[in-house]
Design a protein around this ligand. Structure first.
Ligand code: PLP
Length: 368
C-alpha cells in the first residue's frame, strides 16, 4: 500500500531527536508558550527575514487572529480564491467580514491578479492569496493591485513553507502571512500548530495579545481575545523539523522532477507547471485529467492512494449559498475541481514506489 503522504516514515527519521527534546520539555515543567516557542518564533522570523513571528494554535487561527489584529470585520470584504482549503474563506467569515472570490490562473491555480481588480469595491479591505499546493502566487502583481487600492495582503502560506518567489521566501512577501503546522503540511508537527509572520511590530503585538485572551498584562484584559497558543512540545518538534525542511523540500522537488520527466509524453495528463521566477515545494503533486475517476481507480486498484484537492470550489459550498455566486462564475477553478487529483508525495517516497505510480499512470493513457 502506498499512502498519499507517509507521515510515519517521515517521523521515523527524526524520532530519536524528537524523543530527546521531548524529555527536556517534560523535565522543564513549561508546556505552553515557553522558551521553545520563543526560540521557534525567533528562528522562523530570521529564516524568512521578517521582524516578528507569533506562534498560535493552528493555521486557521493564524488567519483569524491576523484579520482581527488589522480590525477587519463586519461590513468589510476580503478577496480570496475559491480554489483552496475552506479555512482561507472561513477565517474571513469568522471575523464577520465577507469573502469575495476571484478566479484563478489556469497554470499556477493561484489567484489571478487581473481578476482581483474586477472584484474590488469600496468595502474591500484585504486580499488573501493562497500559495496553493506549494507554489507561490503572483505576488508582484498582487502587491501592485493592493498598493493601488490600499489593500492589506495576508498570505495564506499554509501549504508552502520554504517556497520562494524571486528568491524571497513566502511569508515575507505580503503585509502578514499565516502558516499551518498540521501534520500533513510540508512543515508539520505531531498535532496542531500555526504561526503568523509579520513585520509591523504593532500588529504583531496585537496578534500576541489576541492569542491569550486579549491580555498584554496577566489578568488585565484590553479586548476579547482567543485561547490560541502553541505548545512547547510542538515547538520543540518543529525546531528539529525546521533544520530539515530545506532538505525535505529539495527531496520533494526531486521526486516532482522525476514524475515530470517520466510523464512528459503522457498527453492524457496535465502536469503541474512551475513558473521560472518561483520555487514550488510540492506540498501536493496534482495532475489534471479528463478521465480522473478511471485513472484514480486504476491507481487505487494497485493500492496506490490518491486524493482530490478540492472537489468543491468555495463559492459553491452550501454554507455560502447566501453569497451571490452560481456554477459557472469561476470557470478555471471549477474545471480544476473536476479534473485534478493528487498522487503520493513525501520527501521519503522510495524510487520503486515512484516507479509503480508512474507505470500505472502511463498505462492509464490507453495505449496512446
Ligand atoms: C491547512 C490549511 C489551512 C488551515 O490550517 P489548520 O492548521 O488546519 O487550521 C488554511 N489554509 C490552507 C490553504 C491550508 O492548506
Amino acid at each position: 500500500m502506498i499512502p498519499l503522504i507517509n507521515l510515519k516514515r517521515q517521523f521515523q527519521t527524526v524520532k530519536h531527536e524528537i524523543l530527546k527534546e521531548f524529555e527536556r520539555v517534560l523535565d522543564s515543567g513549561q508546556y505552553i508558550l515557553g522558551p521553545k516557542v520563543k526560540e521557534l518564533e525567533k528562528k522562523i522570523a530570521e529564516k524568512l527575514g521578517v521582524r516578528d513571528a507569533v506562534g498560535v494554535a493552528n493555521g486557521t487561527d493564524a488567519l483569524v487572529l491576523t484579520l482581527e489584529a488589522y480590525g477587519i470585520g463586519k461590513g468589510d470584504e476580503v478577496i480570496t480564491t475559491p480554489f483552496t482549503f475552506f479555512a482561507s474563506a472561513e477565517a474571513v467569515s469568522r471575523v464577520g467580514a465577507t469573502p469575495v472570490f476571484a478566479d484563478v490562473d489556469p497554470e499556477t491555480y493561484n489567484l489571478d491578479p487581473a481578476k482581483i481588480e474586477e472584484r474590488i469595491t469600496p468595502a474591500t479591505k484585504a486580499v488573501i492569496p493562497v500559495h496553493i499546493f506549494g507554489q507561490p502566487a503572483d505576488m508582484d502583481d498582487i502587491m501592485a493591485v493592493a498598493k493601488k487600492h490600499r489593500l492589506l495582503v495576508i498570505e495564506d502560506a499554509c501549504q508552502a513553507f520554504g517556497a520562494t518567489y524571486n528568491d524571497r521566501p513566502v511569508g515575507s512577501l505580503g503585509d502578514a502571512a499565516c502558516f499551518s503546522f498540521f501534520p500533513t503540511k510540508n512543515l508539520g508537527t505531531l498535532g496542531d500548530g500555526g504561526m503568523v509572520t509579520i513585520s509591523d511590530s504593532e500588529a504583531a503585538q496585537r496578534v500576541r495579545t489576541l492569542r491569550t485572551h486579549g491580555t498584554s498584562k496577566k489578568y488585565f484584559h484590553d479586548k476579547i481575545g482567543f485561547n490560541s497558543r502553541l505548545d512547547e512540545l510542538h515547538a520543540a518538534a518543529l525546531l528539529i523539523f525546521l533544520e530539515k525542511i530545506d532538505g525535505w523540500n529539495e527531496q520533494r522537488r526531486k521526486i516532482a522532477g522525476r514524475y515530470r520527466e517520466a510523464l512528459a509524453e503522457a498527453s492524457h495528463l496535465t502536469l503541474p507547471k512551475e513558473k521560472e521566477d518561483r520555487s514550488h515545494i510540492y506540498h501536493l503533486f496534482c495532475i489534471g485529467a479528463k478521465n480522473r475517476r478511471e485513472i484514480m481507480q486504476s491507481l487505487e486498484a494497485q493500492q496506490i492512494h490518491t486524493g482530490v484537492y478540492y472537489p468543491c470550489c468555495l463559492h459553491l459550498q452550501d454554507v455560502y449559498a447566501s453569497l451571490p455566486y452560481k456554477k459557472g462564475d469561476f470557470p478555471v477553478a471549477e474545471s480544476l475541481s473536476e479534473t485534478l487529483f493528487a498522487i503520493p508525495m513525501d520527501p521519503f517516497l522510495p524510487s520503486d514506489e515512484q516507479d509503480q505510480i508512474i507505470s500505472v499512470l502511463l498505462a492509464s493513457g490507453g495505449g496512446e
